[in-house]
Design a protein around this ligand. Structure first.
Ligand code: NDP
Ligand code: MG
Length: 396
């Protein structure tokens, strides 16, 4: 009998982390949890440890680790608690680990995910910010180590399913004309009369089709999520940004499409539930049950498509520009967006100011070559400082 696949979940306490554990729990004959990590939701992490009995748990600070270790011992568990980024990297490269599920949100996920890549692991990637920040380095490392990189983002997983096996030889080589990235449009799309100056964080996070963490929910509302996904798709599928079109599809049933030169267009459809791409990537190239209900086409009845409105949602346009400029431009875009989204969620700025901050920081910060991780994090830090200065100037 094959041994159980050992899985590390980086960001287990989040939305995609919990969906991943739900799929894993359906297949105890295939998968075993090796490590789980959390950041602020540590009582949830403790409950997950009690349920999944991982070898390791990772928390951000030494004091928190002591408390967690005591709770685990009191519950009779042998789980060892590790600390901080070093702990995250350790559970990503351990020789016993087969698969690393990279679902930390934001730049914080980059180092451990890249460590897993360098160690040649199978990586299930939802942490799009990691790829946006360091796409060239990341993909170089994948090729060098032989790591298997599988996309969890529903659009990219859909594209992956619609691509031929040999797509790495180049899109034109395999007859692909363009990639169509679908976007729900977020909570404000259906109603053009919504005054974006006065929307609240809770309104921005009330996504019509998906239940997600707050940062990506705001990104979806601003369309920056689609912008980050465009950059993510460029790296994953070795595409130029002008080979990728964004189309609004409010039902979120078609998760993306690939258009071939012979006139065929392949699409992947499914209910909007992250457990489908997770199950697809976990079991690839096989298929396993994800727990997701089958799609009821008659109940859906119709599928709509519209052009994005880049005037009302300028973030998509900013991301496309950053993709075209390349080098550190996507790092700057991502860092400014992370600072701006946090400020919006904290009630410090209005929704349209997210795009203003990003645009101003992109204009102010010179674009440089980023040929190592140090250069990536330096560009990231400079952009965050500029965004913080913007806030100090414009927000009381
Ligand atoms: P959540 O906010 O729900 O979860 C984020 C996870 O990252 C949590 O486990 C959180 O820990 C952890 N975390 C946050 N900050 C840090 C840090 N500084 N160091 C270490 N760990 C940290 O986000 P989602 O699950 O929604 O999204 C995760 C990633 O997946 C994002 O990059 C997102 O863009 C991408 N994604 C998400 C989709 C979705 O449906 N949700 C769909 C496609 C992509 P804690 O909760 O304990 O604070
Ligand atoms: Mg997505």
């Amino acid at each position: 009998m094959n041994r159980l696949q050992q899985i590390t979940v980086l960001g287990a306490t989040g939305s995609v982390g919990l969906s991943t554990l739900d799929v894993i729990a359906r297949h105890p004959n295939l998968y075993q949890v090796f490590a789980l990590t959390g950041f602020t939701r540590l009582s949830e992490l403790l409950a997950l440890c009690i349920r999944y009995l991982p070898r390791f748990a990772v928390v951000p600070e030494v004091e928190l680790a002591r408390g967690m270790q005591q709770h685990l011992q009191a519950a009779g568990l042998a789980t060892q608690v590790l600390v901080g980024e070093e702990g995250l990297c350790q559970v990503s490269v351990d020789t016993e680990v087969d698969t690393v599920v990279a679902v930390i949100v934001g730049a914080a996920g980059l180092r451990p995910t890249l460590a897993a890549v360098n160690a040649g692991k199978k990586i299930l990637l939802a942490n799009k910010e990691a790829l946006v920040m360091s796409g060239a380095l990341f993909m170089q490392a994948v090729r060098k180590s032989g790591a298997v990189l599988l996309p969890l983002d529903s659009e990219h997983n859909a594209i992956f399913q619609c691509m031929p096996n040999n797509f790495a030889s180049g899109l034109s080589q395999v007859g692909v004309r363009r990639i169509l990235l679908t976007a729900s449009g977020g909570p404000f799309w259906p109603n053009p009369s919504v005054d974006l100056e006065h929307v609240s964080p809770d309104q921005a996070c009330a996504h019509p089709n998906w239940s997600m963490g707050r940062k990506i929910s705001v990104d979806s509302a601003s369309m920056m999520n689609k912008g980050l996904e465009l950059i993510e798709a460029c790296w994953l599928f070795d595409a130029k940004s002008d080979q990728i079109e964004v189309v609004i599809h409010p039902q979120s049933v078609i998760h993306s499409l690939v258009d071939y030169v012979d006139g065929s267009m392949l699409a992947q459809l499914g209910n909007p539930d992250m457990r489908t791409p997770i199950a697809n990537a976990l079991a690839w190239p096989e298929r396993i049950d994800s727990g997701v209900a089958p799609l009821d086409l008659l109940a859906i009845a119709r599928l709509d498509f519209e052009m994005p409105d880049e005037q009302r949602f300028p973030c998509l346009c900013l991301a496309r520009q950053a993709a075209e400029i390349g080098n550190s431009a996507p790092v700057i875009l991502n860092a400014a967006n992370e600072v701006a989204v946090t400020a919006f969620l904290d009630g410090r700025i209005r929704f349209p100011q997210i795009a203003s901050i990003i645009e101003d920081v992109l204009n102010l910060e010179p674009v440089v070559v980023v040929d190592d991780l140090g250069a990536v994090f330096e560009a990231d830090a400079r952009a965050r400082t500029l965004a913080a200065q913007w806030l100090n100037r414009n927000v009381r």
